[in-house]
Design a protein around this ligand. Structure first.
Ligand code: ADP
Ligand code: MG
Length: 237
């Protein structure tokens, strides 16, 4: 741990580094997806933005989770262009305030919900429009339910959110895009996986990876979002 840095702040910085690494590794993949239904800039824009975000948070002096996330959001807003820059960046910068009391399961749920709300406020996309919202809605709802209803540890809730986001990404393939650049293609967008939903999945996967590394939790990374966690009541009793 760096001198003076809170455990929470350090964990969030580690998460930012993990996301940047994953996005860089998937740069060509994201560009390929965006070249099919957009303008082939999603991989490059995201990789540049997250690399800048790593540098920006490294410059912070003893940062808390709110400051780290706010810094990432502002950096993405200025570095990632297109539709996704303001959606990712602006929503992260706004939702960061939910972490003002620190990072725990409850504040993580509030953060995820506020982030989702802001993405939908800004982009006006709903589930089924073939955007990042299609990965985000199932991920956030599954995370919230796993924490608040099933009382799962944060790492398991995140593993379930990853599975839900994967399903959301797959769901974008047969859809006709009705928001953003892909919507210009009309029916020709059918059959293509949405780049923003895909980068959202990679981000949630990197968060899970970080949470497993930080907590040392023994979690099956392939946990199924829909597997029952509350046993059925025994009819005999
Ligand atoms: P641009 O389309 O301006 O080139 P990017 O390529 O960086 O921007 O990002 C494209 C992604 O942004 C899409 O795959 C989609 O997930 C997301 N997106 C575009 N418009 C919206 C919107 N209105 N609401 C939510 N997400 C959107
Ligand atoms: Mg693009």
């Amino acid at each position: 741990m760096r001198e003076g840095m809170s455990a929470d702040g350090e964990a969030v910085v580690a998460a930012v580094e993990a996301v940047a690494e994953r996005i860089e590794a998937e740069r060509d993949h994201l560009t390929q997806l965006d070249s099919a239904i957009g303008d082939a800039d999603h991989g490059g824009n995201m990789a540049r933005g997250w690399a800048e975000a790593v540098d920006a948070v490294a410059d912070l002096d003893d940062p808390d989770p709110e400051t780290v996330v706010k810094t990432v959001g502002k950096t993405l807003m200025s570095e990632v262009g297109g539709a996704s820059g303001p959606l990712y960046g602006g929503s992260l910068a706004f939702a960061a305030a939910e972490l003002d009391g620190g990072l725990d399961r409850e504040s993580a749920v509030a953060f995820a919900e506020t982030y989702l709300e802001k993405v939908q406020d800004r982009g006006d996309a709903s589930v089924g429009d073939a955007t990042m919202v299609d990965a985000l809605v199932p991920a956030v709802h599954t995370f919230k339910k796993s924490v608040e209803t099933d009382d799962l540890p944060a790492v398991e809730a995140l593993a379930k959110a990853v599975d839900a986001a994967e399903r959301g990404v797959a769901f974008t393939v047969p859809l006709r895009a009705s928001k953003g650049r892909a919507s210009y293609l009309g029916w020709r967008s059918v059959g293509h996986q949405d780049p923003g939903a895909t980068s959202t999945l990679f981000i949630v996967e990197a968060l899970l990876e970080t949470a497993i590394a930080e907590t040392g939790a023994d979690v099956d990374p392939d946990l199924d979002a829909t597997s029952p966690t509350i046993p059925d009541e025994d009819p005999e009793e």
